[in-house]
Design a protein around this ligand. Sequence first.
Ligand SMILES: Cc1cc2nc3c(=O)[nH]c(=O)nc-3n(C[C@H](O)[C@H](O)[C@H](O)COP(=O)(O)O)c2cc1C
Length: 189
Amino acid sequence: MKILAIHGSPRIGNSKILLDEAVRICNLKKHEIKQINPCELNISGCNACNGCSTTGVCVIRDDMDKIYPLLKDSQRIIIASPIFFFSIPAQLKLLIDRCQCLWYEKYVLKRFNSNESRKALVILVGGMKKGEIGATCAEATIKAFLRTIDIKTHKTLSYLGYDNAGEILKTPSILKEVTAETEELLKDD
Ligand SMILES: Cc1cc2nc3c(=O)[nH]c(=O)nc-3n(C[C@H](O)[C@H](O)[C@H](O)COP(=O)(O)O)c2cc1C
């Protein structure tokens, strides 16, 4: 199946380690996987111009042009991101905000409804040991995004208290959990 892996961090660190593990499992099972990182792409913010309200198409031409088809056509989406200021990094939020055109397409123009059961796995890493609110807020944003792109089911794994790049490897059970949850994600309903 087609899988989209989105990495939300501007650095090669904890979330990348976990995403790499998920991608490894997808490759083992010979799925067609595309990886993107909004930090490496040219994505402008939503202007709230409402230009998409009657067309479902964003008026801005940038790297989002390549991403919309991936968001619509992938059967599984994996998002691995750090928590930044109780939310997600701005670069990933830019991508999400630019999905306002898909929101219009789905909820107003009623043209975008995937029949397939598409699913997502969300992996969040935060540095704060007692930062549950960060994971809650980050997940809320990502959940709104997933519902907008018509993904009704997702599982979130949150790992808190891992700040330095690579520190996540100190707890080997985390990689094992990511392995198991990726295998679960790839199962057909
Ligand atoms: C700008 C910035 C804001 C951050 N805000 C939070 C936060 O609100 N809550 C938290 O738990 N960690 C926060 N952190 C820590 C990161 O989530 C943590 O370092 C994480 O391991 C980074 O993941 P990465 O290695 O995949 O980039 C912040 C880090 C940065 C750079």
